[in-house]
Design a protein around this ligand. Structure first.
Ligand SMILES: [Zn+2]
Length: 106
C-alpha cells in the first residue's frame, strides 16, 4: 500500500492510487475507497460500520467475526478477494475502477 511505501520511499505519494484523496492504507483500499465502499454497500453484508471505524484489518476482522454468520464470512472473503483483484487490475493494468459486476460475480 502506498501509505507504508511512502515511509520507506520519500518520493512516493502516500495517497490512494485510485481516488488520490486519502492515504492508501489497507482499510482504505479494501473498504473506504469510494468504489470499494459502493461494492460493500451492494454486498448487503452488515459490516459497513465496522469498516468505517476499524484502524487496521486485524481490528476489522475482530469485530466482524463476532457479528457475521459463517455464510456471511465466506461471502466477505470472496468479496475481499474480488475487490483486491479489481484494484490490482486498475493499478497495474490500467483498467477502470468499477464496482459494477463484482457482487453478481461473487
Ligand atoms: Zn481511494
Amino acid at each position: 500500500m502506498n501509505y507504508n511505501a511512502a515511509h520507506r520511499i520519500p518520493q512516493r505519494s502516500p495517497l490512494c492510487s485510485i481516488c488520490d484523496d486519502y492515504e492508501e492504507t489497507i482499510i482504505h483500499a479494501m473498504f473506504r475507497c469510494p468504489w470499494a465502499d459502493r461494492t460493500w454497500q451492494d454486498s448487503r453484508l452488515p459490516m459497513l460500520h465496522e469498516a468505517a471505524i476499524a484502524n487496521t484489518m486485524e481490528d476489522f476482522l475482530g469485530m466482524v467475526r463476532l457479528k457475521l454468520s459463517e455464510k456471511e464470512m465466506r461471502l466477505l472473503w470472496v468479496v475481499v478477494w474480488r475487490v483486491w483483484y479489481v484494484r490490482n487490475s486498475v493499478v497495474f493494468r490500467g483498467k477502470e475502477a468499477s464496482y459494477l459486476g463484482i457482487i453478481p460475480y461473487c
